[in-house]
Each structure stands twice: as structure tokens, then as C-alpha cells.
Design a protein around this ligand. Structure first.
Ligand code: RFL
Ligand code: PHB
Length: 389
């Protein structure tokens, strides 16, 4: 098979890019290792920035998001006693949209056939070849048969563990990494949220986040040491811990219920540069990971895809080959700022094993400063809502 762009991975990056390219008349195919149902079973992001919402609008795939998503004007930081509200709408004139990654992915998946976007699921043993040349190709196996896709470009949208990034030689790339000494234990439950806006809490006992997917579905997290086993966390133990860490005001409004999903996700900051090598471009988690504290992972994937679509349509539709060369620097400029914000909010809101009373006092002082400074709140709000692309 021959195409203009071979996209590896049908997560949100791969599907969004596929739709944007098809809308501009660029030929592409998306190759995914898992089944569609498996991709939809991964419970991940919940908060969309304007850039992600705008891409769905541009594609005309925003109807369900507009009907079922919850626009939020603000969120809260908690220090164990009080809530500090960050009025994102008042401070930036913008909003964020609470709409699950699963739902966004479903909307993209369901529209692919009608939009002429070919997605091959259950493609195993995928390998990239000749990515440094102008004639790269991908091989994979499906239903016992071997397949080959020749393309002008390959875009790696295959997440942190995918093969794309690994086909870029170490001699031309640099990795930046920070692994955090804790993970987030998440619980999803069909109960009303304890608050109409998100609450990120830094309590003596650790971090907690009260989030939501709808008026009837809640998503909560607590941080736990990486040595913890999910089997040791009964639903009751998680609800008890949330009630303490979120503080008395939120605790009074928590509705408990059975978990639909429960998992521990490690926290990491990671950047791979450059985000292009020869005819291979990287987008999303394939190139970078942020700790989830800033709600940036999916949104950064969307901004990469926006730049990649611009570069690729520039190449094919407008005869502008330089757009491909500019891709990595453009994408990385936004990535680094989102990495910085996610790292600083993670440091502010979590207890680190090496922290003593001094570091705790610094966190309390910073939260106190934020509570009284419009300038500090504006800086947080404009980063949270998403810096301009
Ligand atoms: P994905 O979603 O990992 O998709 C990659 C796809 O590539 C496929 N793949 C392969 N396909 C073919 N051949 C191979 N060899 C392949 N290897 C892998 C995979 O099966 C998969 O389908 O990456 P993508 O598209 O770049 O999207 C990134 C986002 O998923 C991620 O950044 C966010 O989920 C991060 N994240 C959050 N982001 C936000 O913007 N807001 C949030 O509120 C937010 N909360 C979160 C999060 C991530 C979390 N976890 C579990 C890591 C909360 C959590 C708990
Ligand atoms: C979520 O709802 O899963 C969520 C929300 C905000 C974050 C991270 C995760 O910062």
C-alpha cells in the first residue's frame, strides 16, 4: 500500500492528526496495535484546553462535546484547610472543558469511516524503516499476513512505549527526564462530584484531586508511594483517604460508591528532542510526558498535532517543504512551557520523601501568597487554560 502519511497509533494524537489531514485532502492511514475497544478502555485525561476544543470544532466533531461536556470557569487549590479558587474565566477570559479522553477518542473513532479516514486496528509487530530517507515505510502483521505501507512521511503518535521514538538514533537526540517518587491512584465511580469545580489538595498526608466526567460520574486521585499495590487499596480505604486529604468542606459533600476503574499511574516529566528526524515526526506522548498535575498531556498532544498538520499540509498542499523543518522547534517551544508548569504545580502540591518541615513551610507560604495575589493567580490561570499555540 502507498500513502502520503503513515500515522502510528490511534490514540487521540493519531486520530486527530488523521482527521485534520483528511480534511485537507492529504492521504493517510492510521495503524494501531490494539483493538478499538481496548483503546477506549483506557481512562485518562479529563480536562481539555481551548486548543483541543477548537480542533474538534474545526473538524465539525464537537456536537457531543458541546452537549455533554462541562465548561469550567475555575478550579481550586486546597492546603488542607481552605480552598483557593483560581478564577480562570475572570483572569483570562477563557474556560476549560471537562470531557473525558475516552469520549473525545470515541467521537474521532466513530467519525473515521464517514470521513474516509482508514484506521487499521490489531496491527502487530509494527516496524519503521528508512526514516532518514525520503521514502520511509512501515511493516506490520495482521491476521497472520505481513503488510507494508510506503509513505512520504511517518508520524509517530504511538505513546511513550511505542516504537517510533526508538527509531531515532541516540547520536542525534537528547532525552530529559525526571521520575517522581510517587504515583497517582485513580478511582472512577458513578457518583455526583463533591464540588462543581476541580480541587487539587496538598494535605499533610499527601496529594488529592477531586475531578469529574459528568454530573453523575466522579474521578478522584490520591498520591501513593510507587511501592503500593492496588490490591491493598479497597474502595473504602480510598474514600477515607480522600475525605481527609480534600479537607472538611469537600469531605462533607463526597458521595461514596463502588469503583468502576481503579489504577496507579507513575508520574514522570520527559522530553525527547528533536521531535523530527528525516521523514519521521513525533507527536504527543511519543515525544514527551508531563505529570498529570497540570492536565496538560492530551492538550500538548493536540497542539503537536496542530503544528504537524500545518507542516504536512504545507508540504503537500502548498509546496512549502520548510514547514517540515520548522515543526520540531515550534512544537518544543510550547512543550517546554507546559513541562515547566506541570513540574512546578507537581512540586507545589505533593510531599516528596526528602522534604522536611522547611519545604512544607515553603509550600504553605507559596499557597498563602497565591491566595492573596491576583498576579500569581493570573500566572497559574493562563498556564492552566493553555498558552497560545
Ligand atoms: P496514547 O494515548 O498513549 O496513544 C498511543 C497509541 O499508540 C498505540 N501504539 C501502537 N500502535 C501501533 N504499533 C505499536 N507498536 C504501538 N505502540 C503503541 C497505543 O496502543 C495507543 O493507542 O498517546 P497520545 O495519542 O499521544 O495521547 C496522549 C494522552 O493519552 C496523554 O498525554 C494523556 O492521557 C495524559 N493525561 C492527561 N492529559 C490531559 O491533557 N489532561 C488530563 O487531565 C490528563 N490526565 C493523563 C491524565 C494521563 C494519565 N495516565 C494514566 C498516564 C490522567 C492520567 C491518570
Ligand atoms: C482527570 O479528571 O482525570 C484529571 C483532571 C485534572 C488533572 C488530571 C486528571 O490535572
Amino acid at each position: 500500500m502507498k500513502t502520503q502519511v503513515a500515522i502510528i497509533g490511534a490514540g487521540p494524537s493519531g486520530l486527530l492528526l488523521g482527521h485534520l489531514l483528511r480534511a485537507e485532502g492529504v492521504d493517510c492511514v492510521v495503524l494501531e496495535r490494539q483493538t478499538g475497544d481496548y483503546v477506549l478502555s483506557r481512562i485518562r485525561a479529563g480536562v481539555l484546553e481551548q486548543i483541543t476544543v477548537s480542533l474538534m470544532e474545526r473538524l465539525g466533531l464537537d456536537a457531543r462535546m458541546k452537549a455533554e461536556g462541562l465548561p469550567h470557569d475555575g478550579f481550586n487549590l486546597a492546603d488542607g484547610e481552605r480552598l483557593i479558587r483560581i478564577d480562570i474565566a475572570g483572569l483570562t477570559g477563557k474556560q476549560v472543558m471537562v470531557y473525558g479522553q475516552t469520549e473525545l477518542t470515541r467521537d474521532l473513532m466513530e467519525a473515521s469511516e464517514a470521513r474516509g479516514l482508514e484506521v487499521v486496528y490489531s496491527a502487530s509487530d509494527l516496524a519503521l524503516h528508512d526514516v532518514e530517507s525520503d521514502a520511509p515505510y512501515v511493516t506490520y502483521t495482521k491476521d497472520g499476513a505481513e503488510h507494508r505501507v510506503d509513505a512520504r512521511f511517518i508520524v509517530g503518535c504511538d505513546g511513550f512505549h511505542g516504537p517510533s521514538r526508538k527509531s531515532i538514533p541516540a547520536s542525534v537526540s537528547t532525552e530529559f527526564e525526571k521520575v517522581y517518587p510517587f504515583g497517582w491512584l485513580g478511582i472512577l465511580s458513578d457518583v455526583p462530584p463533591c464540588n462543581h469545580e476541580l480541587i487539587y489538595a496538598n494535605h499533610e498526608r499527601g496529594f488529592a484531586l477531586a475531578s469529574q466526567r459528568s454530573h453523575t460520574r466522579s474521578r478522584y486521585y490520591v498520591d501513593v508511594p510507587l511501592t503500593e499495590k492496588i490490591e491493598d487499596w479497597s474502595d473504602d480505604r480510598i474514600w477515607d483517604e480522600l475525605a481527609v486529604r480534600l479537607g472538611p468542606e469537600a469531605a462533607a459533600n463526597i458521595t461514596r460508591g463502588p469503583s468502576i476503574e481503579k489504577s496507579i499511574a507513575p508520574l514522570r516529566s520527559y522530553i525527547f528532542a528533536p521531535m523530527r528526524f528525516g521523514s519521521l515526526l513525533l507527536c504527543g506522548d511519543a515525544a514527551h510526558i508531563v505529570p498529570p498535575t497540570g492536565a496538560k498531556g492530551l492538550n500538548l498532544a493536540a497542539s503537536d498535532v496542530h503544528y504537524a498538520a500545518e507542516a504536512l499540509t504545507g508540504f503537500f498542499a502548498r509546496n512549502a517543504p520548510d514547514s517540515i523543518i520548522a515543526y520540531s522547534d515550534k512544537a518544543l517551544a510550547r512543550v517546554w512551557k507546559a513541562e515547566r508548569f506541570s513540574w512546578s504545580l507537581t512540586k507545589l502540591m505533593h510531599r516528596f520523601p526528602e522534604d522536611g518541615p522547611f519545604e512544607r513551610a515553603m509550600q504553605v507560604a507559596e499557597l498563602d501568597y497565591i491566595s492573596s495575589s491576583r498576579a500569581a493567580q493570573t500566572a497559574i490561570a493562563e498556564n492552566y487554560v493553555g498558552l497560545p499555540a
